[in-house]
Design a binder for this molecule. Structure first.
Ligand SMILES: Cc1cc2nc3c(=O)[nH]c(=O)nc-3n(C[C@H](O)[C@H](O)[C@H](O)COP(=O)(O)O)c2cc1C
Length: 414
């Protein structure tokens, strides 16, 4: 899709550069460059911003569209990692560095991408990661995501700090989602509040608690601050100074405050896990694991699944990519409980790499947020369709007709 404004500006820039260049005279004047100028036009097609979800060819098309539609500071909230973005960048770099080994002459006429998690079968291993404040990206926020997840049958986990209450999201989804739990620094810092929050999600029918443990040390979100500084809107029109828009998040409203619990917050340790796990009969998963030692502890403490994550590069500035942490974790867990991974997965081939390195399922965050921000429910559906289609094509192309055919042998060691 051509946008004349962009095209004209680029063409003008090129001509201005050319006029000032000594090349012009030595090459025989402007006429010598006419073919180059004429050729320049079609290239604009690749630079352009897609105008509808169905025009998006890959996840990056959705990202570019969201950059235009989502308010700058809110877009910054999606994009930010920590420090100089080393962990964010390495999540991608490590996935891109991995190569797949392609087997030939395999019958790939039937593809099996089903995955079974706790007795429930899903058509693909692609899951929706919990991301807060989705109405900051599109007016329909979590409801649009829930409808998209339902229409494409993907497992969805809802954030504690969602901008829509869990009961409404479950209604839009048509079945209860998994529920992500924050205790501190966001979330209730009291035992009473924590158990009331879990109870609320249980009453709403959520079968699974996903307890996120990777922000306990805080996070240095430099990029978010940079985006904020170039957003000329007045944040305090909606946000309290330094705070959240619209008061407490819907899932936290009406919770008992309780006494701050010294065991919840910066000082939480593994000893809190049995206490939390035993406070509910929901399944209990820990999100944010990055080492074999902690994966082993998850198994020892009776956790139902390990979720390998560095919060999409927005928790620690370790530089360690999740795809690189995955093999030692999968080895440590050794099939005893499912392993979920996220952070940096943008291509169907990335999903294949995650499964090959030992994940049971792969979750995505920004890919569907970009879809949401750009085109609402249709954008989320497009993101899920793109990832699914790319995954299927990759599996056929490398001669792996089922997820069970993927393993360490699928990866070409450098
Ligand atoms: C804007 C945004 C908000 C997020 N909010 C939460 C959250 O509330 N709870 C949580 O456990 N993880 C949260 N995450 C992390 C995601 O669950 C997931 O780990 C991460 O997005 C995966 O990386 P990816 O975005 O590169 O796919 C958030 C991520 C983003 C980008």
């Amino acid at each position: 899709m051509l946008r004349p404004d962009v095209h004209d500006v680029r063409r003008r820039d090129f001509l201005r550069w050319l006029a000032a260049s000594p090349l012009l005279a030595s090459a025989g004047g402007l006429a010598a460059f006419e073919p180059v100028i004429a050729q320049e036009a079609p290239r604009r097609v690749f630079d352009d911003i897609v105008q509808s979800a169905e025009d998006a060819l890959d996840i990056w098309d959705l990202q570019r569209a969201a950059e235009v539609t989502v308010p700058t500071a809110h877009y910054g909230y999606i994009m930010t990692g920590v420090d100089g973005e080393e962990t964010y960048a390495n999540n991608r770099a490590s996935l891109e560095r991995l190569r797949l080994r392609a087997r030939r002459l395999v019958d790939v006429s039937n593809l099996d991408t089903r995955v079974n998690l706790f007795g429930r079968e899903w058509p693909t291993p692609i899951m929706i990661a919990p991301c807060g404040s989705q109405r900051a990206f599109h007016a329909e926020g979590e409801l649009a995501v829930a409808r998209a997840a339902a229409s494409r049958t993907h497992l969805q986990t809802l954030s504690t700090v969602s901008s829509t209450a869990v009961e409404e999201v479950n209604e839009a989804r048509g079945e209860p989602v998994w529920y992500q739990l924050y205790l501190a620094p966001v979330g209730p810092g009291s035992w009473e509040g924590a158990t009331a929050l879990m109870q609320r999600s249980r009453d709403a029918g959520c079968p699974t608690i996903v307890y996120t443990v990777d922000l306990q040390g805080g996070s240095n979100r430099v990029s978010l601050e940079r985006y904020r500084r170039v957003d000329d809107r007045t944040c305090t029109n909606c946000h309290t100074p330094g705070g959240r828009a619209g008061g407490p998040k819907p899932n936290l409203r009406g919770l008992p405050r309780g006494e701050p619990d010294p065991g919840l917050g910066r000082s939480t340790t593994w000893e809190t896990i049995p206490r939390l796990r035993d406070a509910t009969d929901q399944r209990f998963i820990i999100k944010g694991i990055m080492t074999a030692e902690d994966a082993e502890l998850c198994v020892r403490y009776g956790v139902d699944a390990v979720w390998v994550s560095n919060h999409g590069g927005r928790s620690e500035g370790s530089g360690q990519a999740t795809i690189d942490a995955l093999p030692e974790i999968a080895d440590a867990v050794s099939g005893r409980i499912p392993v979920i991974v996220d952070s940096g997965f943008r291509r169907g081939s990335d999903i294949v790499k995650g499964i090959a390195r030992g994940a049971t399922a792969v979750a995505v965050g920004r890919p569907y947020l970009w879809g949401l921000g750009a085109f609402g429910q249709e954008g989320v559906e497009r993101a899920l369709d793109i990832l699914t289609r790319e995954m299927q094509i990759t599996m056929r192309a490398i001669g792996a007709p089922s997820l069970a055919d993927l393993g360490p042998h699928t990866i070409a060691e450098p």
